[in-house]
Design a binder for this molecule. Structure first.
Ligand code: AMP
Length: 284
């Protein structure tokens, strides 16, 4: 695996690949890699000649400085895992390389409704920061395919919208990969590293709450289900619950009762011992 810390070095490598008309799959991450990230890398490798993974903890998407400061860093292990998986190129820039003129930007991405609900509502400017970095990375890498995890359901929709808004040389195909979970049901997340064993056990309440909602979808009304899920999280030590919402899977509009043929997803975000966890599950 080639490790590029600068854009110019990365572009040199990518030009060699593009000259040979080889396909490029791209997996952007913030590091502290786990099986969830690696499943994206493996999917990219299986569908492309060359896989580029980036590791960059993007300061502009954190609306909480402490969350940014405490973001786990396991870079030696990450490099080893990517080598083992067969990744071709790791892009590992620092903040100055990505934002030579500073992190402030006047550019505003028009994300409409997506920015006013769920993560958009509870993390002001988060998706603007996500778009800022993902656009930069896509312009540099120009991949054929972009691999994202369903774990960040709303982010997938935001990036789909970003790709529509971007002026690209060629189409970028979006590949969304299912969420990888621990045996307990807990969605793998870099932030889980900040939980001790008891907290990890308590954190499975998110998965249990989603399964509960799925199991009783036809029997109870949605407000009642959301309330029961909320109680389960509170009982398991979640000190703050940002949202538990059953939504239309295609546009994230909140749904209060079931209509036939409507695909639904439940999305949850809550804090356990100061660590913010999110998850989602498709219901039908
Ligand atoms: P992050 O490093 O958290 O920014 O995540 C990088 C990519 O990995 C994003 O597309 C995430 O949605 C995806 N990802 C994170 N956790 C998981 C998981 N448990 N299963 C599948 N994909 C994941």
């Amino acid at each position: 695996m080639i490790i590029c810390k600068t854009i110019s070095l990365l572009k040199l490598q990518l030009n060699l690949i593009k000259e040979k008309q080889l396909s490029i799959g791209f997996v952007p991450t913030m590091g502290a890699l786990h099986e969830g990230h690696l499943s994206l890398v493996r999917a990219s490798i299986s569908q492309n000649d060359c896989t580029v993974c980036s590791i960059f903890v993007n300061p502009t998407q954190f609306n909480n400085q402490e969350d940014y400061n405490k973001y786990p860093n396991t870079i030696t292990h990450d490099i080893y895992q990517l080598e083992l998986a067969g990744c071709s190129i790791l892009f590992l820039p620092d903040v100055e390389e990505i934002y030579p003129e500073g992190i402030l930007s006047n550019k505003k991405y028009n994300l409409d409704y997506l920015e006013t609900v769920l993560e958009g509502k509870f993390r002001p400017n988060h998706f603007q920061g996500v778009c800022q970095i993902v656009e930069k990375l896509l312009v540099i890498v120009e991949p054929n395919q972009l691999f994202l995890g369903q774990k960040d359901y709303q982010q997938c929709m935001v990036i789909e919208k970003l790709i529509e808004l971007m002026d690209k040389k060629r189409e970028i195909e979006l590949e969304i990969i299912p969420t990888i979970r621990e045996k307990t049901g807990l969605a793998m997340s870099s932030r889980n590293a900040r939980l001790n064993e008891t907290e990890k056990e308590n954190a499975t309440a998110i998965f249990k709450a989603m399964v509960h909602i799925k199991n009783y979808l036809n029997e109870k009304n949605f407000d009642e289900l959301e309330k029961e899920a909320n109680e389960l999280l509170q009982k398991n030590g979640f000190e703050k619950i940002d949202y538990i919402k059953i939504c239309n899977a295609s546009d994230l509009q909140e749904v209060h009762s079931r209509k036939s043929n409507q695909k639904l997803v439940v999305l949850i975000a809550g804090f356990l011992n100061g660590v913010r966890l999110i998850d989602n599950m498709q219901l039908i």
